[in-house]
Write a protein that binds this ligand. Structure first.
Ligand SMILES: NC(=O)C1=CN([C@@H]2O[C@H](COP(=O)(O)OP(=O)(O)OC[C@H]3O[C@@H](n4cnc5c(N)ncnc54)[C@H](O)[C@@H]3O)[C@@H](O)[C@H]2O)C=CC1
Ligand SMILES: O=C(O)CCC(=O)C(=O)O
Length: 368
């Protein structure tokens, strides 16, 4: 019965077990008021089943809010595969995963997240059409980390505008945690703009690549180890690795004026949003900043089109400024202001949904 207490906010949680391929996965569907659930699939060597379950439950709830904030016709869902992407990924494993997605009969669409690549889902696509973000050659919109990184850049510009009255990125120092698909692109853009960086990653090759790029542009990049990223003297902390990084331990250490990054579920608990506000650190709600990838994959409904996606992703700039203003006006944290905005939008749509329109969505243009 404890399990049902854990999942009480969710519509459906599916446990996927395929001994032949070694697939162990959990699919969580949080809320489908706005449309079928959509969310990437993460692969991680979780320490326990419970850790994986908590991760997928929090991630899928975050997707409900992300879909509402981005105003797309999808609801919140997410999947996790319990395994080490370095050792356990295989075409057959992703094909088996596709079979489980197909069993949900259009209630859940998925693609990449931390630890998975667009190429992995080419195998899933052989079993189900409910796959997004595969390479263009397979009819998808390609790597969703490209618009996600663009969204982080718009988020940084909006935050600089709110704090310093200019959206220029140069002349400031950014502390980036994680140089994977998203973080490396954000770092590369900031280097091209002439900003200074502190960076950390557990992957030496990722660090070497950024240092090489910085040298080419004559820009300072300082590599720090692990936890030291929370202590550096920078203007903005940019978390682009994993969740829960804003907590009792780290917030007291941060010296930055803002937090703007792609990582999902950055706040360990909701009250950490208030803790940041009390410390005068401007927090850009993660699910607004990192919605570029979602915007791209949801936009596949109308056939892939990079210009349209870029235009929609640019709205992150104004959405963030609106949330910052609402928070100030209503004396609440930016996290609370964003949550309230999304909850109102979902409530409104719940009243407006008709049985007929709901069943017709989504209309996939490319894969009928
Ligand atoms: N890829 C996308 O389009 C989106 C990603 N996100 C989120 O952004 C974050 C990053 O995503 P991706 O770049 O796609 O993942 P990724 O797996 O490509 O990159 C993650 C990076 O973090 C590094 N890392 C892992 N543990 C670390 C540690 N202890 N300290 C420092 N670095 C560490 C990894 O070595 C890797 O370079 C994740 O939280 C993901 O959920 C959110 C929205 C969309
Ligand atoms: O990026 C994707 O493929 C889907 C969106 C997603 O999972 C996310 O924004 O976390």
């Amino acid at each position: 019965m404890d399990l049902f207490e854990d999942i009480y906010e969710h519509e459906q949680v599916v446990f996927c077990n395929d001994p032949q391929t070694g697939l162990k996965a959990i699919i969580a569907i949080h809320n489908t008021t706005l449309g079928p659930a959509l969310g990437g699939c993460r692969m991680r060597p979780y320490a326990s089943f419970d850790e994986a379950l908590q991760d997928v439950l929090r991630l899928s709830k975050g997707m409900t809010y992300k879909c509402a904030a981005a105003d797309v016709d999808f609801g919140g869902g997410k999947a996790v595969i319990l395994g080490d992407p370095e050792k356990d990924r295989s075409p057959e494993l992703f094909r088996a995963f596709g079979q489980f997605v197909e069993s949900l009969n259009g209630r859940f669409y998925t693609g990449t997240d931390m630890g998975t690549l667009p190429e992995d889902f080419i195998h899933s696509l052989r079993e189900t059409n409910c796959i997004v973000g595969v390479p263009e050659a397979y009819g998808g919109s390609g790597d969703s980390s490209v618009p996600t990184a663009s969204g982080v850049i718009y988020g940084l510009q909006a935050t600089n505008q709110a704090l310093w009255g200019t959206d220029e990125l140069r002349g400031r120092t950014y502390a980036i945690q994680g140089l994977g698909k998203v973080g490396s692109k954000v770092a590369a853009h900031l280097i091209e703009e002439g900003a200074s960086l502190y960076v950390t990653d557990i992957n030496k090759q990722a660090l070497d690549e950024i240092e090489t790029k910085a040298n080419l542009h004559g820009v300072t990049v300082q590599v720090v180890r692990g936890d030291e990223i929370y202590d550096v003297e920078a203007d903005v902390f940019v978390p682009c690795a994993f969740g829960g990084v804003l907590n009792d331990n780290t917030i007291s250490r941060l010296k930055t004026r803002a937090v703007v990054g792609s990582a999902n579920n950055q706040l360990e608990e909701e009250h950490h949003g208030t803790m940041l506000a009390d410390k005068q650190i401007l927090y850009a709600p993660d699910y607004i900043v990192n919605s570029g990838g979602l915007i791209q994959v949801a936009d596949e409904l109308y056939e892939p089109n990079k210009d349209r996606v870029l235009r929609k992703t640019k709205a992150i700039y104004t959405s963030l400024l609106t949330i910052y203003q609402q928070a100030e006006l209503n004396h609440m944290s930016t996290a609370e202001a964003a949550n309230e905005f999304c909850e109102d939008r979902i409530e409104f749509r719940k009243k407006r949904n008709s049985f007929f329109s709901h069943m017709k969505r989504p209309k996939w243009a490319v894969r009928t």
